[in-house]
Write a protein that binds this ligand. Structure first.
Ligand code: NAD
Length: 490
C-alpha cells in the first residue's frame, strides 16, 4: 500500500513537470546604444553620458541608454512646445487617426514588445504577452476614440489642451504606464515629454520608433531617459504645464512640494498596501486564485497588489491550507519561459528592499512560509512568501513591500474587517470575496480605496478609471475621468 502510494506520488510529480518552453528572442533587435528621442529623431545627449540597462534574470547588459540632463530636458521641452502649436490645432479626427495608428502598430509588434519588456524588466512572458502589451494597445485604441468626441464628452465646457505634459513612470509596467500617460494626453491635444524608469527604458525607446513608424508629427512625443535627476529636471521645467507621475509615495511628495505654487496641473499615482478581504461565505477555491493573482502577479511589483490578506477567522485554517498547496505549484524561473509564473525581481536594489522587510517580519515574530523552490544562480530572485500570525503593528502589515510577499491577518466581524482594511496611510485598491451582493455593496462604501474588486482581483480595462486617495495619490487615469487632468474645461 505504502509502495503504491509512493509510486502514485512520483507519477503525479512527473506529470506536473513542465518541459522548457522558452519564447524565441531572435526576432528582437535591441541596439547597443540609444540616444534621446527628441523632435521625432534619436539624438545624442548633450550630457555626453550613457548608462547600461540589464536583464534582471541574467544580469547581462542589454543596451546603453542616454542620460538626459538640464540641456537635454530643455531641448525636449522646447520640441514639445513647438509641436504643441500645430498638434493642438489639428482637426480632432486627424489626431484620432494617429493615435489609432499607434494602437495598430503596437498590436502588430506585440510579440517583439512583450519579449523586450520581459528581458528588460524580469516579468513572465505570459504576463507581458497577455496583459501589458494588449492593454497598452487597448489604451491607445480607447483614447483614439475620444479624440474627436471631446465636446460630447464634456458638453458646454469647451475642452482645450493644456500644453506640454511632463510624465514620469515607474518600472513595474513600463509600456502600460507609458500608454496610460501618453494616450489621453495626445487625445486631448497636448504634447509630451516622457521619462521611463532607469531600469526599464527599452520599450519606451521602441515606442519612440513606433511614433516614427506612425509618422506622428515630430515633437508630439519625446522620450528622454535617465534616473531621478532627469525626472526632477523635467517636472520642474517652467514650460511644463502638466505633470503626471507614477511611482513611490516618497518621490510623489517631493514632486508635490516642488510644483506647489507653480500653477502646474499635477496627478500622482503612488504606492499601496491593499487589503484583500475574504469572508466565510466566499468560494474558497476561487478566492485562492484571486489571492495568488493579487500578490504574485508581476512578482508583487504592483501598486495595487493585494498584499494584506484579511480572512475571516472561521475559514482561515481551510483557506490557508488551500493557499499553501496552490503556492507550492507556482513555477519560478526564466521569465522568457511560457510556463513561468514568477519571474525575476526587477533590480538588485528592489531585491534588497524585499529582503530587508521580510527579515523584519521574522524578527517581529510573524511565521513565514516559502515553498521549496530552487532560485537561479544568476539574477535577482525571491520565492513566493506567506506570512501568518501578522499583527497590525508589524512593518510587513504597514509598509509597501512591492514583492511576492503576502501578510495574512484575521478578523471576526465585517466591522473589524473594515477597520483593519482602512488602517493604512494608503488608499489605492481593495478586494472583497463573498457570495452576498449586499455585503459587497456595503464594503465598497466602507473601504477607503480608489478601486474595489469583488470576487476578482487585478482586473484592468481602459474604460475604467484607476487611482487612489490618501497617500496613494490623486487624479484618475483610464476612462473618461482620465481625460480631465489633460484638459482645460472652462
Ligand atoms: P520611484 O518613485 O523611485 O521612481 C518612479 C519614477 O520616478 C522613476 O522613473 C524615477 O526615475 C523617477 N524619479 C525618482 N526620483 C525622482 C524625483 N525626485 N523627481 C522626479 N522623478 C523622480 O518609484 P519606483 O521604485 O520606480 O516604483 C515603485 C513605486 O511606484 C511603488 O511605490 C509603487 O506602488 C508605485 N507605483 C504606483 C502605481 C500607481 O498607479 N499608483 C503604479 C506603479 C507603481
Amino acid at each position: 500500500m505504502a509502495l503504491t502510494k509512493r509510486r502514485d506520488t512520483a507519477l503525479a510529480k512527473q506529470s506536473f513537470d513542465y518541459a522548457p518552453a522558452p519564447e524565441a528572442v531572435d526576432h528582437v533587435k535591441i541596439a547597443d546604444r540609444y540616444g534621446l528621442f527628441i523632435g521625432g529623431k534619436f539624438v545624442e545627449p548633450k550630457s555626453g553620458k550613457h548608462f547600461p540597462t540589464i536583464n534582471p534574470a541574467t544580469e547581462a547588459v542589454l543596451s546603453h541608454v542616454a542620460e538626459a540632463l538640464a540641456a537635454d530636458v530643455d531641448r525636449a521641452v522646447e520640441a514639445a512646445s513647438r509641436a504643441q502649436q500645430s498638434w493642438g490645432r489639428l482637426s480632432p479626427s486627424r489626431r484620432a487617426r494617429y493615435i489609432l495608428r499607434i494602437s495598430r502598430i503596437l498590436q502588430e509588434r506585440a510579440r517583439e514588445l512583450a519579449v523586450v519588456e520581459t528581458m528588460d524588466g524580469g516579468k513572465p512572458i505570459k504576463e507581458s504577452r497577455d496583459v501589458d502589451i494588449p492593454l497598452a494597445a487597448a489604451h491607445f485604441f480607447y483614447y483614439g476614440g475620444w479624440a474627436d468626441k471631446l465636446e460630447w464628452a464634456f458638453p458646454n465646457r469647451s475642452p482645450r489642451p493644456i500644453g506640454v505634459c511632463g510624465q514620469v513612470i515607474p518600472w513595474n509596467f513600463p509600456l502600460l504606464m507609458l500608454a496610460w500617460k501618453i494616450a489621453p494626453a495626445l487625445a486631448a491635444g497636448n504634447t509630451v515629454v516622457l521619462k521611463p524608469a532607469e531600469t526599464t527604458p527599452l520599450t519606451a525607446l521602441l515606442f519612440a520608433e513606433i511614433c516614427q513608424q506612425a509618422e506622428l508629427p515630430p515633437g508630439v512625443v519625446n522620450i528622454i531617459t535617465g534616473a531621478g535627476k532627469t525626472g526632477s529636471l523635467l517636472v520642474q521645467h517652467p514650460d511644463v504645464r502638466k505633470v503626471a507621475f507614477t511611482g513611490s509615495t516618497e518621490v510623489g511628495k517631493l514632486i508635490q512640494r516642488s510644483t506647489a505654487g507653480s500653477g502646474k496641473r499635477l496627478t500622482l499615482e503612488l504606492g499601496g498596501k491593499a487589503a484583500n478581504v475574504v469572508f466565510d461565505d466566499a468560494p474558497l477555491d476561487q478566492a485562492v486564485e484571486g489571492i495568488v493573482n493579487g500578490i504574485y502577479f508581476n512578482q508583487g511589483h504592483v501598486c495595487c497588489a493585494g498584499s494584506r490578506l484579511l480572512v475571516q477567522e472561521s475559514v482561515a485554517g481551510a483557506l490557508l491550507e488551500k493557499l499553501r498547496r496552490r503556492v507550492d505549484t507556482l513555477r519560478l524561473g526564466d521569465p522568457l519561459d511560457k510556463n513561468t509564473d514568477i519571474g525575476a525581481i526587477n533590480s538588485k536594489a528592489q531585491l534588497e528592499k524585499i529582503e530587508g522587510l521580510v527579515e523584519s517580519g521574522r524578527e517581529e515574530g510573524a511565521e513565514i512560509y516559502q515553498p521549496p523552490c530552487e532560485l537561479p544562480a544568476k539574477g535577482f530572485w525571491f520565492p513566493p512568501t506567506i506570512f501568518t500570525g501578522v499583527s497590525q503593528s508589524h512593518r510587513i502589515a504597514r509598509e509597501e513591500i512591492f514583492g511576492p510577499v503576502l501578510s495574512v491577518l484575521t478578523f471576526r466581524t465585517p466591522a473589524e474587517a473594515v477597520e483593519k482594511a482602512n488602517n493604512t496611510p494608503y488608499g489605492l485598491s481593495a478586494g472583497v470575496w463573498t457570495e452576498k451582493g449586499s455585503r459587497i455593496l456595503w464594503m465598497t462604501q466602507q473601504l477607503r480605496a480608489g478601486v474595489v474588486w469583488a470576487n476578482t482581483y487585478n482586473r484592468f480595462d481602459p474604460t475604467s478609471p484607476f487611482g487612489g486617495y490618501k497617500e496613494s495619490g490623486f487624479g484618475r487615469e483610464g476612462g473618461l475621468h482620465g481625460l480631465i487632468p489633460y484638459l482645460e474645461l472652462n
